[in-house]
Design a protein around this ligand. Structure first.
Ligand code: HEC
Ligand code: HEC
Ligand code: HEC
Ligand code: HEC
Ligand code: HEC
Ligand code: HEC
Ligand code: HEC
Ligand code: HEC
Ligand code: HEC
Ligand code: HEC
Length: 319
């Protein structure tokens, strides 16, 4: 009986000792961990980029100096603040003991595992969560787990122009079908270098569908095609509603980027009754009785003001 009590007291003492040791450990670990983090945050290399370039002096890495990020005269630029570590984070343990740098960009494959996409993007957004990028969070591209560096190459290499703005090939490397559309007969002059995808889209996020640069399709189009904006005395309803009802802005095989050729385009909505539209029979022989308006002509030969008319008697969009 007594020996059992002694045993259980001993056990209890043992448990208490172990517990207090554990608690003691925790108590002693926690502040020291926080301390490491704090000091790591403050331990930017005193000699800045010079510290890093002792080992990283290769043309791809140093090409960052040819970009705006490497320009110390731009206020707030990385090289006006902590140089390399403005993006890669304070990394004293990398310098002294070759542990991983704090932020490793890209998809991985190097010696060190890459940081999470979120951590990578946060490094950029710490300076860039402004202007065009305020809608990045929850945008289609953010939700699809794209990183800023999926589109922007920050060490662009020795032969680059110094600009960090991606070209349309970057977009089309993922949006393959857009490449074939832009090669169609009728297209916006993107591959001619006069426009970019970003003239109509904000790749960083948008309140509109399809990442449009403006809040509606028509507002986007009429930033350039101002003469189509209206209001007109005589509106054509589908035009006021949505330009893409008739046009595909990425390119089509029909003239004027029309998705379908008139008269079929128009007859998708307008009854054949007024201008009977069975111009040809199946074997291309004119059908007797077809409205003369349709023979050899498209609707727009007469209805020239298909986008709307300001002429007092333009209600039929003919003038
Ligand atoms: C003592 C040499 C040395 C110094 C100093 C040094 N590094 Fe490194 N760093 C390396 C080595 C070795 C690697 C691994 C090989 C590689 O991936 O190029 C590396 C890799 C990296 C990577 C690549 C991670 C990846 O795989 O994409 C980054 C980023 C990096 N270092 C940033 C820095 C920064 C920023 C500094 C200055 C604060 C710095 N390094 C200082 C030796 C060094
Ligand atoms: C504006 C942010 C930024 C700055 C400043 C910056 N880097 Fe990077 N670094 C990146 C990104 C993003 C990548 C991923 C590859 C890319 O986009 O070029 C990268 C990749 C790297 C790599 C791995 C790829 C390679 O080519 O080996 C190294 C090493 C590196 N950086 C070192 C440095 C050093 C050293 C400096 C300072 C001289 C520096 N970085 C300045 C953002 C930055
Ligand atoms: C320390 C702040 C800082 C960080 C971090 C930073 N940038 Fe920048 N970035 C700038 C400044 C400042 C400019 C120049 C703005 C100007 O044109 O006046 C700039 C310019 C740019 C430009 C336009 C360059 C051009 O050629 O017109 C792009 C794109 C860009 N940054 C992307 C990034 C990405 C992606 C990251 C993350 C890998 C990043 N930045 C990290 C401060 C930063
Ligand atoms: C899907 C591709 C894509 C992604 C992802 C992307 N960008 Fe961009 N970014 C672009 C394009 C395209 C432009 C050029 C816009 C233009 O010409 O108006 C640009 C321009 C910029 C500029 C320069 C703006 C100016 O007015 O000069 C900065 C800064 C920038 N991006 C930062 C970022 C940051 C930070 C991220 C991540 C949160 C990011 N980008 C993600 C495609 C992208
Ligand atoms: C790394 C791959 C990648 C790159 C590069 C890329 N995108 Fe995307 N994009 C996606 C994914 C993934 C989605 C979402 C799924 C989808 O709709 O295809 C998407 C969606 C979109 C959408 C449709 C949004 C919607 O609401 O349906 C537009 C518009 C778009 N991207 C434009 C661009 C433009 C412009 C660029 C170049 C500045 C670009 N993308 C570069 C992968 C990419
Ligand atoms: C002249 C304006 C304009 C240009 C330039 C443009 N787009 Fe679009 N894009 C639109 C409009 C408007 C929509 C939405 C209506 C629709 O679905 O056709 C759209 C929709 C999209 C969509 C989502 C729906 C779909 O069709 O797949 C993607 C992805 C896209 N664009 C990618 C691109 C890429 C990549 C580029 C550059 C190569 C580009 N766009 C250039 C106007 C444009
Ligand atoms: C950034 C300016 C810009 C925006 C935005 C824009 N366009 Fe254009 N558009 C052009 C240019 C430039 C041309 C070529 C003019 C030329 O070749 O003479 C053009 C030509 C056209 C053409 C005639 C093509 C032909 O083969 O004759 C149509 C149709 C058109 N755009 C429709 C649209 C639609 C629809 C939108 C909105 C989704 C739109 N555009 C947005 C600049 C723009
Ligand atoms: C009901 C169909 C329809 C709608 C909707 C429509 N268009 Fe058109 N668009 C046409 C037709 C048809 C042509 C060819 C006219 C011709 O052959 O004379 C054309 C031609 C064009 C052209 C090139 C010739 C010119 O008139 O400059 C531009 C640019 C254009 N449209 C822009 C737009 C814009 C911007 C919108 C939206 C505000 C729009 N279109 C909406 C049917 C439409
Ligand atoms: C997406 C459907 C749609 C398409 C495609 C379309 N229209 Fe229309 N159109 C309408 C609507 C809706 C009205 C307004 C009808 C009304 O007010 O009774 C209209 C009105 C008209 C009017 C004035 C008719 C009237 O009663 O005053 C003419 C003319 C016309 N369209 C010609 C055309 C031509 C030519 C085309 C082809 C280039 C075309 N439409 C393509 C929907 C369309
Ligand atoms: C030879 C010239 C000509 C051609 C080609 C033509 N139209 Fe017309 N259309 C007219 C004239 C003129 C009027 C007005 C007649 C009137 O007010 O009595 C008209 C009236 C209309 C109206 C208004 C009908 C209404 O109820 O008031 C519509 C819709 C229309 N056309 C659509 C079309 C379509 C669709 C095509 C092509 C399939 C077409 N037109 C081809 C000359 C033409």
């Amino acid at each position: 009986m007594q020996s059992k009590q002694i045993v259980s007291v001993t056990v209890a003492l043992f448990v208490v000792t172990v517990l207090s040791m554990a608690v003691g450990l925790l108590v002693s670990i926690e502040p020291s961990m926080a301390q490491t983090q704090d000091t790591q945050d403050q331990q930017f290399a005193v000699r800045g980029a010079d510290t890093c370039l002792v080992c990283h002096n290769n043309p791809t890495v140093t090409s960052v100096l040819t970009t705006k990020h490497g320009n110390s005269s731009i206020p707030g630029s990385p090289f006006a603040t902590h140089d390399c570590e403005s993006c890669h984070g304070a990394s004293p343990n990398h310098v002294s003991a070759l542990q991983s740098p704090t932020v490793v960009f890209g998809a991985g494959g190097g010696l060190f595992a890459s940081s999470s996409v979120e951590a990578q993007n946060q490094a950029c957004l710490s300076c860039h969560q402004t202007e065009d990028r305020v809608l990045w969070a929850a945008s289609v591209h953010e939700s699809a787990d794209l990183a800023c560096v999926s589109c922007h190459t920050i060490h662009p290499g020795p032969n680059a122009t110094g600009s960090l703005l991606p070209d349309i090939d970057t977009c089309m490397s993922c949006h393959l079908e857009k490449r074939s559309q832009l090669n169609r007969r009728s297209h916006h002059p993107l591959k001619e270098g006069l426009m970019t995808c970003a003239d109509c889209h904000n790749p960083h996020g948008s309140n509109a569908e399809s990442l449009l640069a403006k809040s509606t399709v028509n507002e986007t189009c009429t930033t350039c095609h101002t003469e189509k904006r209206g209001p007109f005395l005589w509106e054509h309803q589908p035009v006021s509603e949505d330009c893409t009802t008739c046009h595909n802005p990425h390119g089509t095989t029909q003239a004027s980027m029309l998705s379908v050729r008139p008269p079929f385009l128009c007859q998708g909505c307008h009854s054949e009754a007024y201008h009977p539209s069975t111009v040809y029979s199946g074997d291309d022989i004119p059908v007797v009785g077809a409205a003369q308006q349709l023979l050899g002509s498209a609707c727009t030969n007469c209805h020239t003001e298909v986008h709307g008319s300001n002429h007092p008697s333009g209600s039929r969009l003919t003038r």
